[in-house]
Ligand binder design. Structure first.
Ligand code: XUL
Length: 529
């Protein structure tokens, strides 16, 4: 019998599945269900329910449950050997909260396979919708909780992050303040990850330390609910939260509902789920300190593992627990690909090939010009009022401006990841723009670090499958080494290594000081406008 492990990823727009065979070290099945297309009856757009308030972004937990039924039906139809799956884990979009009443426990324990999950869940929600990570309607609650916890630095130090609108604590506070009766009828609050795990296990599932760290409610070092944070958030909250658990915790065998309906093995184990970012950390093979990933997407993100817990006193970066039992960081720069695209379009540059040619045609350091590319409000550094600014840079020079935006983005990553006190020794570049080798050369030079490309489209689902294997082995009394577990699944693209050019690296060691000064000046200028 093959040793198969299933990883699911309930993300903003889709539910994905990855099945791995641990012996052959192969991904044997991949599938994705797009919510808008597969379940149009919920009326979501890109996985989000329409709302007149642009700050409010909710989705439907029933839609995610229905997607789970559909996914198993699809896997069965596609001939996946469901009976050979030994353990299942998952990944969820982080921060979103699901509100259950006191019927939920019974309903989960008695899921009837003659009915759909949606019918089984009738009447178990104390709030029909879930605020998700895109919601930014809780600025007031963030300020209140931050104040109670002693300000930005103290909040980050205690919970791993400053309060953020999308984080679960501020969202729970808003629910309590705006709908106190519904809050009172809430018996259990789940994250997207723990809600999905609860369906599979047929009982209220724990929240893992990785996703728990995205709530502003967990003591990031002791990994227990933080009494001061609970108190600053809402009354009686401790009673409504499930226990916290290590990321490799086995919840128990899969619910008989899935055994009867899909042919899963009754001994298949369910593990706690985690957030998509913690899952991606292992799904991209970032299992040792110093190996980081830079994802170049709509936003650019910098993330990697940290052995020792350090937090960002400026409150810009996040610290979560990593599925390896260490810590991880996530730093999100909002002005990523879209900002590069804006510059490309402003200067009428036809395509990315020509953009790359502009980088090649200009010298590292771009003759000292600095561009702050805040086309949109920025997270790191915090910029509420967008605006782009130039220092010693001629705005008529297209090529220099192309170089300046990429250099600024890379210098910002270098500068704003210093609080981790972990110098990268190897960078995995991923995301759309990672195909652009000229851009990766600038990355290697600014970071003074080798860069390799990694092409894993479903890193969160793969990470979840690897976590399922890890948890199953731990439960069997083994001591699986992460390096061995990920080998073969998370290897970078062969021959994709780009090494830093020592001369260019020297230029950036100097220029980054100027960049830091210009950033400060730009922030001061914007604050005055
Ligand atoms: C992380 C965050 C997003 C979601 C996306 O803090 O909000 O990356 O996890 O699913």
């Amino acid at each position: 019998m093959a040793k198969l492990f299933l990883g699911l990823d309930s993300s903003t727009q889709s539910l994905s599945a990855v099945v791995i065979d641990l012996d052959t070290r192969k991904v044997i099945y991949e599938q994705s269900l797009n919510f808008d297309k597969a379940l149009p009856q919920y009326g979501t757009q890109n996985g989000v329910l329409p709302n007149p308030d642009p700050l409010v972004k909710h989705s439907s937990p029933l839609m995610w449950a229905e997607a789970l039924d559909l996914m198993f039906a699809r896997m069965k139809k596609d001939g996946v050997a469901l009976g050979d799956i030994l353990a299942i884990s998952g990944s969820g979009q982080q921060h979103g909260s699901v509100y259950l009443n006191n019927h939920a426990g019974d309903a989960l324990a008695n899921l009837n396979p003659q009915k759909s999950l949606v019918d089984n869940l009738d009447g178990v929600f104390s709030r029909p919708t879930t605020p998700i990570w895109m919601d930014s309607s809780t600025a007031a609650e963030c300020a209140e909780i931050r104040k109670q916890l002693g300000g930005i630095k103290a909040t980050a130090e205690a919970t791993g992050s400053d309060t953020f609108e999308r984080f679960t604590g501020p969202q729970i506070r808003k629910f309590y303040q705006t709908e106190p009766e519904a809050y009172a009828h809430t018996a259990s609050i789940a994250l997207v990850s723990s809600f999905m795990a609860s369906l599979l296990a047929g009982k209220i599932a724990p929240i893992d330390h990785g996703d728990g760290a995205g709530m502003n409610l967990m003591d990031i070092r002791k990994k227990v609910w933080l009494p001061d944070a609970l108190q600053a958030t809402a009354p009686d909250l401790k009673k409504k939260l499930p226990p916290l658990a290590e990321s490799w915790k086995v919840i128990g065998p899969v619910s008989p509902y899935f055994v009867r309906k899909t042919g899963l093995n009754p001994e298949a184990q369910t593990l706690v789920w985690s957030g998509d970012n913690p899952c991606s950390v292992v799904g991209l093979g970032l299992i040792c300190e110093g190996r980081v990933a830079i994802s170049l997407g709509t936003s650019d993100t910098y993330f990697g593992l940290m052995k020792k817990c350090r937090t960002d006193a400026r409150g810009e970066g996040h610290v979560f627990s990593s599925p390896t039992g260490d810590y991880m960081t996530l730093i999100c720069f909002k002005n990523g690909s879209l900002a590069r695209e804006k510059i490309r379009d402003i200067y009428g540059i036809k395509d990315w090939k020509n953009f790359g040619a502009a980088l090649t045609a200009t010298p590292p350091g771009g003759r000292g010009g600095i561009l702050l590319p805040w086309f949109e409000a920025e997270i790191v550094p915090r910029v509420n009022r967008p605006g782009i600014q130039r220092f010693d840079l001629n705005d008529q020079d297209a090529a220099l401006n192309c170089r300046a935006i990429v250099e600024a983005q890379m210098m910002s990553m270098r500068l704003h990841s210093q609080w981790m006190q972990v110098l990268p020794d190897s960078i995995y570049a991923t995301g759309g723009a990672s195909n652009d080798l000229t851009l990766l050369q600038v990355m290697a030079d600014v970071m003074n670090c080798r860069v390799e490309r990694i092409e894993i489209s479903k890193s969160a689902a793969l990470g979840a499958a690897l976590r399922a294997a890890h948890g199953w082995l731990v439960a069997a009394g083994k001591k699986p080494a992460w390096e061995q577990l990920v080998a073969g699944f998370t290897d970078p693209v062969p021959n994709s290594e780009i090494r830093p050019n020592p001369k260019a690296a020297k230029v950036y060691d100097q220029l980054i000081e100027k960049y830091a000064r210009c950033e400060q000046k730009a922030l001061q200028r914007l604050a005055k406008t």
